[in-house]
Design a protein around this ligand. Structure first.
Ligand code: HEM
Length: 409
């Protein structure tokens, strides 16, 4: 790194600055001139949508903190005060609460896009693994944020989830007490959750920078899963993809804001309007919708430790995905059998989501057991096997060839 810009900036001040710190040329290289495959479809706009949602969560969160009080005796009332007395407080809170849900909606779409087009395969394994790490940190952040309003569901979610760690032999009990900061979920628990809920989004920002750095080393994958071979296969990121991303971001924000303004508690649980009470257990303790598939897996296993291991295992397996699926062809466009199993997997994920919202008994318990088993069979048996036995369709020689064959330009 010479530190010298490769750009010939006309503005003398910009040139002076860039020769000393090549920030402007870096941004130009990464966000303006960056050669991007010409065939990206709208599923590739979700990365930009996710970055937008992360920014919204940070901004609304930082202002909410100015009025929130992280204390077991005051938290619930401080949230009520934000809703009623703080100027625009209701908007900040509904944007933040619904923002979390839409952040997860976008991340699920982003991940399934990766699964469909084989974006996790070489040379993008590290990019994918950083993504899985981001997903884990997002889940921890959302869980701890949900506890902060200290309503009944907040409180009992904290009780149920922290108790999971007691399943580990020997270290279980001391571990849970260490997490609680005492002998029950109480004020110290709320305060540490608050501290971490504030910290982790900044860890996310760091991980997202690494994620995009890794992306810009390998370049984007694309719907045909063919690596870029010549300049003809690409377009400069700006204006082609800046405009496409911007359009998608606006449409996504319109749907999100429709919930914020017209149905802000649609995804919430009414019991959370009751202050948290350790002496009254709600009849059904259910997490937010985005955790339901994992909740179903947790409860599908009759043994507590087994359930915890299966639930965490469902994420751990994603780290190994690049080595479990050995098929050379990336995009499922050219893998008809793997494509069928992909859609079965989507169905299994949705089924787990519904099962997670039901009490774990009778038919739903059976359904969640079958679906949990299928989740692991998909990654550990079907994908490795298909990599060997499936004969893919002929893959075009280049992105340009694939685009022209479909009558594009
Ligand atoms: C805060 C969350 C995240 C942000 C802001 C983010 C951002 C981005 C951006 C801007 C891109 C390039 C545009 C695109 O392909 O959509 C991208 C690509 C990618 N992301 Fe993420 N991402 C996030 C989470 C994740 C997660 C959870 C995973 C997987 C577990 C993941 C896996 C990938 C992969 C594999 C690519 C390469 C896609 C390709 O070129 O085919 N990302 N991400």
């Amino acid at each position: 790194m010479s530190g010298h810009s490769t750009y010939d900036f006309k503005n003398p001040v910009v040139r002076w600055f860039d020769e000393r710190l090549p920030l402007v040329s870096m941004v130009r290289g990464q966000l303006v001139d960056f050669p991007t495959p010409r065939n990206l479809n709208y599923w590739w706009t979700f990365g930009g949508i996710l970055a937008t949602m992360l920014a919204i969560q940070l901004l609304t969160g930082i202002v909410l903190v100015m009025h929130y009080t992280p204390h077991a005796a005051l938290a619930f009332d401080s949230v009520q005060q934000i809703m009623r007395d703080v100027n625009w407080g209701w908007l900040l809170r509904w944007m933040h609460a619904n923002g979390a849900a839409f952040f997860f909606l976008a991340v699920y779409i982003h991940m399934f896009r990766g699964l469909y087009y084989g974006s996790y395969k070489a040379p993008r394994e590290v990019l994918w693994m950083i993504g899985v790490l981001i997903f884990l940190v997002m889940m921890a952040t959302a869980f701890m944020g949900y506890v902060l309003p200290w309503g009944q569901m907040s409180f009992w979610a904290a009780v149920v989830i922290t108790n999971l760690f007691s399943a580990f032999p020997v270290i279980g009990e001391p571990l849970v007490q260490w997490l609680w900061g005492g002998f029950a979920v109480d004020n110290p628990t709320l305060q540490r959750f608050f501290s971490l809920h504030y910290l982790l989004p900044f860890v996310l920002v760091g991980l997202v920078i690494l994620h995009i750095w890794a992306l810009h080393v390998t370049g984007n994958n694309n719907p045909d899963g063919i690596e870029v071979k010549s300049e003809q296969d690409t377009l400069p990121f700006h204006p082609y993809y800046t405009m496409k991303d911007l359009f998608a971001i606006v449409v996504f924000l319109m749907v999100y804001l429709a919930f914020v303004f017209y149905s802000p508690w649609y995804m919430g649980h009414s019991i959370n309007f009751v202050p948290g009470n350790p002496l009254v257990t709600p009849e059904h303790i259910v997490p937010e919708w985005y955790f339901l598939p994992f909740y179903a897996m947790l409860r599908a296993i009759p043994d507590k430790l087994g359930g915890v291991l299966v639930m965490f295992g469902s994420i751990v397996v994603l780290f190994f995905l690049p080595w479990l699926d050995r098929a050379k062809v990336k995009s499922l466009r050219y893998r008809p059998i793997a494509r069928v199993f992909f859609w079965i997997f989507v169905l299994v994920g949705l089924t787990l989501g519904v099962a997670g919202s039901q009490p774990p008994e009778g038919a739903w318990l059976l359904v969640s057991r079958i679906a949990t088993a299928w989740y692991f069979i998909h990654f550990l048996v079907i994908l490795p096997l298909l990599g060997v036995i499936e004969k893919p369709k002929n893959v075009p020689g280049s992105i340009t060839e694939a685009v022209l064959a479909r009558g594009g330009h």
